[in-house]
Design a protein around this ligand. Structure first.
Ligand code: FUL
Length: 487
């Protein structure tokens, strides 16, 4: 297929007629597109970028994993300022914070009735979850809770009683702190103080959350949000939200999670990009399909917790540029970005991290600063064109194969963004962008899936007054929520 043509009709006859050789309609396709997000997943899809805060007894000990035997009698981060956390993160574009209320060491950072191993029994003596919630409300951020199922301190761990303990703590957190947007259960499952491993009663945990916080998503070892499969911010070329139910199983997450203290130091750059989660070849083999959007968790520092020892200080950290690329690839690749920013021993976000975040924010804003809004949009079929409204979802009719953007004058375009209306599932499998120059259409970009958002940053800006999104392979007819262009 030539990559220059005179008319959009030629594009249709040469490449868009056969849906890439795949069925476009039928019972099986209906089955795929019947899988759609729940209300809470839909709301969550607007978050795009939010932060992790790893802070606790590990911060004081330069550790990634505590063993549960830590002396908490000296825990006293006197300058701890949750307003500072929120101010910094809000300023740098965050929508919410997920806080390590309890990490694997079992140290609880809220006022819990169920153990003495908590902030209330330290010289600090204040409920950090309550402080953070107040600050989040003040700065317009949502609060999420990371509650580690693995607990290396709690004596009942490894017995059925631990499930009661966990449920009691979950109930406190889900009841006493107002709205919580997310409960984040990581996949680590090791031995407790008595050498036993726990069988987690996840169904019981989920029930508490659904009852007390029905709008909250349950992430990773939970039914709502899928771990992307690595801690390096690597996204698959085709990140699917419709996947086999069994792929999201808790065991799979446990298998892939960090397995040792030293494992965290690397925050693996391993990639799962070749791992196909949701192509037709995969989902056609499974009866049970679910909506399971991907989330990438990445740290700005080396390690999840703050460290000030030489080992960590001299390791190469992710640059603002690398973090910005991760942002474009995740948020612009049908995934969300959970970026970890760990406060230091004083309980403050360090100047170093603030600097990186500010640079990062500048970089992620730049491509979207000059939006081009002066264009008409129409759907195109072999029979003709139909003008569409830019403010409403565009539903393709059976013969439509492209969206044409007619600009009022020649524009220099560097970035495109396109979103599907995911209330109608994820339908696009392959699409291209073409732009007209000197009377001929030229192929500008070849892509696979869309989903919540696809950001296309062109290596070289194009100058054109007419561009088209050509849908080469879809599941039924696309439903497009938004198309955006930027200088
Ligand atoms: C993992 C944990 O073991 C790490 O310490 C960190 O909390 C990460 C986000 O999840 O499973």
């Amino acid at each position: 297929m030539a990559d220059t043509v005179k008319t959009l009709g030629e594009i249709k006859s040469s490449c868009a007629t056969d849906n890439g050789g795949a069925d476009k309609y039928g019972k099986e396709i209906d089955r795929y597109i019947s899988v759609v997000p729940s209300e809470r997943q839909l709301k969550f899809s607007e978050f795009e970028y939010y932060n992790f805060i790893h802070f606790g007894i590990n911060t004081m000990n330069n550790a990634e994993w505590g063993n549960g035997k830590e002396d908490i009698s000296k825990f006293n981060p006197k300058k701890l300022d949750t307003d500072q956390w929120c101010r910094v993160l809000k300023e740098t574009g965050s929508k919410g914070i997920i806080f390590t209320a309890k990490h694997h060491d079992g140290f609880c950072q809220w006022n819990t009735k169920y153990t003495d191993h908590s902030v209330m029994h330290t010289p600090f003596g204040k409920d950090i979850v309550a402080m953070l919630k107040k600050s989040c409300d003040k700065f317009g951020l949502k609060l999420g809770i990371y509650l580690s199922p693995w607990d290396r301190h709690e004596k009942t761990y490894g017995t059925e009683k631990y499930n009661d303990y966990f449920v009691s703590q979950l109930t406190e957190l889900a009841t006493n702190y107002g709205e919580i947007f997310c409960f984040w259960f990581d996949g680590a499952c090791g031995e407790g103080p008595n050498g036993k491993k726990q069988v987690y009663d996840f169904e019981r945990y989920y029930k508490v959350i659904r009852e007390k916080q029905p709008q909250a998503v349950i992430s990773i070892c939970g039914p709502d949000i899928r771990w992307i499969g690595n801690e390096g911010g690597n996204v698959r070329e085709s990140e699917w939200s419709v996947i086999p139910g069994s792929k999201a199983a808790v065991e799979t997450v446990m298998e892939g999670s960090q397995k040792s203290e030293s494992g965290a130091k690397e925050l693996a750059e391993i990639t799962n990009v070749t791992d196909d989660q949701g192509s037709r070849e995969v989902i056609s083999k499974y009866r049970d399909l679910i909506w399971s959007p991907a989330e990438a968790d990445v740290s700005v520092t080396t390690g999840w917790f703050y460290h000030n020892n030489l080992y960590y200080l001299f390791r190469k950290k992710r640059s603002a540029k690398r973090l910005a690329d991760i942002y474009f690839n995740t948020v612009g690749g049908n995934a969300s970005l959970l970026l970890n920013v760990p406060p230091n021993k004083d309980g403050l976000i360090d100047e170093r991290e603030i600097k990186t975040l500010r640079k990062f924010t500048k970089l992620i804003k730049e491509p979207f600063e000059k939006e081009i809004t002066d264009f008409e949009i129409s759907s195109v079929s072999a029979k003709g064109e139909k003008t569409q409204s830019k403010n409403d979802t565009i539903f393709f009719e059976n013969d439509d194969f492209a969206l044409k953007l007619k600009f009022s004058k020649k524009e220099e375009i560097r970035t495109f963004a396109i979103s599907e209306d995911i209330r109608f599932s994820q339908r696009t499998e392959k699409f291209e962008i073409w732009a007209k120059k000197n009377g001929v259409y030229k192929l500008v970009s070849k892509n696979t899936v869309i989903g919540t958002k696809k950001i296309i940053r062109l290596e070289k800006a194009i100058v054109t007054d007419e561009a088209a999104f050509v849908f080469k392979q879809t599941r039924n007819n696309p439903a497009i929520k938004a198309v955006k262009c930027y200088k």
